[in-house]
Design a protein around this ligand. Structure first.
Ligand SMILES: [Zn+2]
Length: 485
């Protein structure tokens, strides 16, 4: 099956990026590059908006500007204090227009960001803006509180993108201190400053989620990809009615969105492949040939890559149990188990070896599992334990003690005995847990993943907080780098 001609990436992204005010704003600004759009750098964003954060306003009574409890920061109410020391005063519906109220709320957002910056040191530690309470000094007849508080919300989403989307209340107040026009509180989830057991300093580890079980991990020296599959083809059912891309049957020839891959993956040193299914291996033939990266996987995986002409010196066939040292990076291959698909009626013993006739391009259904692996990837200061399935061999994980766990948490884990607790216990309650393989990977980037967030992510986060309260669970957003210091 031939994939139809596509629009250039920029217009494709306009169509498929998150349907959010934030992204619309980003995209309608003077043609920023894709790289700028996917880089999570709220302070650079503030600079682009021409906003200089003031000294955080001092508390005016016996309280503090913000309190951190666990990984949440509760910010005290702030108002529209301008940088010249004056503040926006007056009552909406009597003294001030909605536009003036909107501007007051925007000034308040700048003041809260100044408080956050002072508390965190770096706004990129914001994982998620959770909740906003906007109070409007309003005449009893005034009912447009949401339009006023949008001044706050719009700026927060402009600065933090997807992570800035928040739950909110916007209410009217009979009066506010000194007659200020608005007062606004905010709750923010943050990543720990030193989230890991290793010594501080040095370059942070940057992890970017491609969706499915796919990641890019880099310590600044080495770039490691895990199961990268940006193509996210609509295949084998499970698509979305608004996704107008063609349906692929499992018997169709495999296809990679090379335009998108070229945009997202300019370089790679290593590719770790956890098993041979299409949503893990499908884009690796193209990425391996294009980047020259070394690929580590089972013999089945390596046979498929040979069929696609990936040069022999790039290929490392492994069994599980190997522990290889490379330049600036080492990796232990951990024997694993595939997810218990079809309500546990899944077992696939097929393997490819040198006698298997394979000719590229393969059909999608020729991307067979071929055995499942995890990897303990050791970087300069961090160790990451990867998962490509919602399953694991408990004794193989014991003693590995990763700093960062990429935890497979799709719904099929619920068919396994006490999965979440066993996983977090066997891995030694990792300081940072990044849920993986939880999204609907048949949808392109930009489609809502809310269903999967609610079905897979939230229950896992709840259990993790109970079983392993010292772990920080960070919700990855597609293509937005997460920094772990
Ligand atoms: Zn699979």
């Amino acid at each position: 099956m031939k994939y139809p001609a596509r629009p250039p990436v920029s217009s494709l992204l306009l169509r498929t990026l998150p349907l959010l005010a934030a992204c619309v704003t980003l995209l309608t600004d003077a043609a920023p590059s894709w790289a700028q759009e996917v880089t999570f750098d709220p302070e650079a964003r503030l600079a682009e908006l021409g906003i200089v954060l003031p000294e955080p306003p001092n508390p005016v009574a016996n309280y503090v500007n913000g309190v951190q409890a666990g990984n949440l920061i509760f910010l005290a109410g702030k108002g529209p204090l301008r940088s010249d020391g004056t503040e926006v005063r007056g009552k909406l519906g009597r003294d001030l227009t909605i536009e003036e109220g909107y501007e007051a709320a925007r000034i308040t957002a700048i003041n809260q960001l100044a408080v956050l910056k002072a508390m965190l040191g770096d706004l990129s530690r914001v994982v998620r803006v959770v909740k906003v309470l906007g109070m409007v000094n309003a005449d009893p007849q005034f009912v447009d509180q949401p339009a006023v508080i949008n001044g706050f919300s719009d700026l927060i989403v402009e600065v933090f993108g997807e992570r800035g989307r928040h739950a909110r209340a916007a209410v009217g107040m009979a009066t506010l201190p000194r007659g200020q026009a608005v007062e606004i509180e905010m709750i923010v989830e943050v990543a720990p400053e030193t989230a890991v057991r290793s010594a501080g300093g040095g370059e942070p580890l940057e992890l970017t989620y491609f969706g499915a079980a796919g990641w890019r991990i880099s310590d600044g020296n080495v770039v490691v990809l895990v199961d990268p599959w940006p193509s996210r083809l609509k295949y084998g059912g499970g698509g979305h009615p608004d996704d107008d891309r063609p349906d692929f049957a499992r018997s169709d020839l495999a296809w990679s969105d090379t335009t998108l891959i070229d945009t997202l993956i300019p370089e790679a040193d290593f590719i770790l492949v956890q098993h041979g299914h299409f949503d893990h291996l499908g884009d690796v033939p193209y990425i391996a040939r294009k980047t020259g990266a070394s690929v580590i996987g089972t013999e089945t995986v390596i046979m498929i890559l040979r069929a696609y002409g990936v040069p022999e010196e790039q290929l490392y066939a492994v069994h599980g149990g190997e522990d290889y040292q490379f330049d600036g990076f080492s990796v232990r291959v951990v024997p694993g188990l595939h997810s218990a698909l079809n309500d546990k009626h899944y077992h696939d013993t097929r393997r490819y070896d040198t006698r298997t006739p394979l000719e590229a391009p393969l059909r999608i259904d020729q991307f067979i599992e071929g055995g499942a692996l995890s990897f303990l990837a050791r970087f300069d200061r961090h160790t990451v334990l990867t998962m490509g399935s919602m399953n694991f061999i408990e004794r193989e994980f014991q003693g590995l003690e990763p700093d960062i766990l990429l935890a497979g948490i799709n719904g099929s884990r619920l068919g396994l005995y006490d999965y979440d607790r066993r996983l977090l216990t066997a891995t030694g309650f990792p300081p940072v847990v990044l849920p993986t393989h939880w999204d609907n990977f048949r949808l392109p980037y930009g489609f809502s993943q809310q269903d999967n967030v609610e079905r897979n992510l939230l229950p896992f986060i709840e259990t993790a907080q109970r079983v392993s309260p010292q772990s920080t669970v960070i919700t990855p957003v597609h293509l937005e780098p997460i920094l772990v210091r």
